[in-house]
Design a protein around this ligand. Structure first.
Ligand code: FAD
Length: 300
């Protein structure tokens, strides 16, 4: 029986684990990976204390901090269910089953899929959801980035230094996102911005060779060797069926990170807190751990 099980090791889960262990809680972290979305980010210029750091570098710093405390960790393990029964919380994974007095869900978000013909077939064969991880594979190639918000801008900026040409395919009339990033993308000769444009299919043989797009009922095929899907994120909350979620699937929490079930807390991007940022997820993780500590101190 653990005092606390933390689900996820992104900024929220890792920070929660550090706070919990420093409160001498008997804590276990169960996670699919370490670093979460922070490890996919390109350049980070808004995490206080680092004027500039890359996502993978910051994720390594987070991991080192967690490992310093020898926190019990189950890596490459996926939580499938969390339920509360008879005052105990049961966490079931693809490998095992655990019991705990409290839990923090910090399972973040994952990329949305395009749902067009060819997407399944060409996943990891030229089509990817992570510019930081896979960008270097497309040196001097023509690529398409799909999306029009911060994730798409971030991916485009990373690819400017790698690819030959980038088509930024955006379904709305104008790009959204951060003004500074937008200026950098708009003013770069390597980038063609295609607004009001929809992707209709991914084409290839062994690997991606082209993308089919549609603008005002006119279909066109662009020859590209790489496709980066950056159309937003969805919360990893499917395993939390007993918890109250909002219309976007985000777990509802109050300012103490409490969910509707006693002893189960949630933090970071998987919750309905406004603004999804590393520093915010980390702060929410810290707060959730302190709430779990207080819960244990005040409940039998
Ligand atoms: C491309 C990109 C660029 C970004 N750039 C910035 C930036 O410059 N500055 C900034 O502040 N923010 C940035 N962000 C946002 C930031 O990365 C997120 O807000 C932050 O990582 C959220 O942290 P989190 O811990 O809540 O969730 P996540 O980082 O999503 O971590 C979730 C963790 O949970 C694990 N997990 C998920 N489901 C399960 C399961 N069922 N069982 C077990 N484990 C599970 C995952 O493996 C992961 O370890 C960026 C995001 C993206 C995608």
């Amino acid at each position: 029986m653990w005092d606390l099980i933390i689900i996820g090791a992104g900024p929220a889960g890792i920070t929660a684990s550090v706070y919990a262990v420093r409160k001498r809680m008997n804590v276990l972290v169960i996670t699919k990976d370490i670093g979460g979305q922070a490890a996919w980010s390109g350049d980070i210029e808004n995490y206080t204390g680092y004027q500039f750091i890359t996502g993978p570098e910051l994720a390594i710093k987070f991991e080192e901090h967690m490992r310093k405390y020898n926190i019990q960790l189950k890596e490459n393990e996926e939580v499938k269910e969390i339920i509360r029964k008879n005052n105990e919380i049961f966490v079931n994974t693809n490998r095992s089953a655990y019991q705990t007095k409290t839990a923090i869900i910090a399972s973040g978000k994952r990329s949305k899929e395009l749902s067009v013909p060819g997407e399944e077939e060409f996943k990891n064969r030229g089509l990817t959801y992570c510019a930081t991880c896979d960008g270097p594979l497309f040196a001097e190639k023509d690529v398409a980035v799909i999306g029009g918000g911060n994730s798409a801008l971030d991916a485009t900026l990373q690819l400017i230094n790698i690819a030959r040409h980038i088509y930024l395919i955006n379904v709305t009339a104008e790009l959204g996102g951060d003004a500074v990033m937008k200026d950098k993308v708009t003013n770069n000769a390597k980038v063609s911005i295609l607004n009001n444009t929809k992707v209709t299919a991914i084409i290839g043989d062994r690997m991606v060779t082209a993308i089919k797009i549609k603008k005002q009922n006119k279909e066109e095929t662009l020859a590209v060797q790489g496709i980066f899907v950056e159309i937003g994120l969805i919360p990893n909350s499917e395993f939390t069926k007993e918890l109250e979620r909002n219309e976007n699937g985000e777990i509802k929490v109050n300012s103490y990170n409490e969910t509707n079930i006693a002893g189960i807390f949630a933090a970071g991007d998987v919750t309905n807190i406004p603004e999804k940022q590393i520093i915010i997820a980390a702060g929410e993780g810290a707060k959730a751990a302190l709430s779990a500590f207080r819960y244990l101190a005040t409940h039998k």
